[in-house]
Write a protein that binds this ligand. Structure first.
Ligand code: COA
Length: 166
């Protein structure tokens, strides 16, 4: 089986929407992804597609980054539970940040639920640090958001992690 990392396109939107609903308690409206692909000029949306030797295809992961000049925001990232803990998020995030760096970004930020330990561990691997809190930010549970920033990209690390071939 193989994994292919590529830009998200309109044909992916239905599967991305399903993945979003599986992974998040507050999923985006489906049309948000249409907007990201078609209209949002600062958006850099990607997917990872799984392909079996028999030709079966499934959406394994998605990432949306927003890039404004030298700053990139990780808007959302999700890996389908069937494909988690295989290094796919690290690969995808490294790829997204590296592409952003090639377009001139040199720092990044994101928001994460305070209790999302798996995502926070992922971001810590990249060097993201908690710099602030938004109290009661998430309207479903009232959980706090942590604002995390990455002030300098380690390009060697991003290059190495983005070269995953499976
Ligand atoms: C967070 C998420 C994207 C991680 O995806 P993944 O492909 O399983 O992550 P990876 O296999 O690339 O793991 C990279 C690192 O993240 C951390 N990590 C990932 N899942 C973890 C878990 N369940 N528990 C602890 N650490 C975890 C580890 O540090 C891991 O490195 P290691 O494998 O060397 O220990 C995935 O769990 C997910 O989609 N969760 C639901 C959506 C979500 O919360 N998105 C983030 C919103 S801010």
């Amino acid at each position: 089986m193989t994994f292919e990392l590529r830009p998200m396109n309109l044909e992916d939107v239905q599967q991305v929407h399903i993945l979003d609903k599986i992974c998040f308690s507050l999923p985006w409206p489906k049309n948000s992804f249409v907007y990201e692909v078609e209209h949002n000029r600062v958006s850099r949306p990607y997917v990872v597609e799984w392909k079996s030797p028999e030709g079966e295809q499934r959406l394994a992961a998605m990432l949306v980054c927003w890039q404004v000049m030298d700053e990139v925001q990780v808007a959302t990232i999700a890996v389908h539970p069937d494909f988690q803990r295989q290094g796919i998020a690290r690969w995808l995030l490294a790829y997204g940040l590296l592409q952003a760096a090639k377009e001139g970004a040199d720092h990044a930020f994101l928001e994460v639920r305070a209790g999302n330990h798996s995502a926070r561990a992922l971001y810590c691997q990249f060097g993201f640090e908690v710099v602030g809190e938004r109290s009661g930010y998430y309207r479903d549970t009232g959980e706090d958001a942590h604002l995390m920033t990455l002030d300098a990209f380690d390009l060697e690390k991003l290059q190495a992690w983005s070269e995953r071939k499976t």
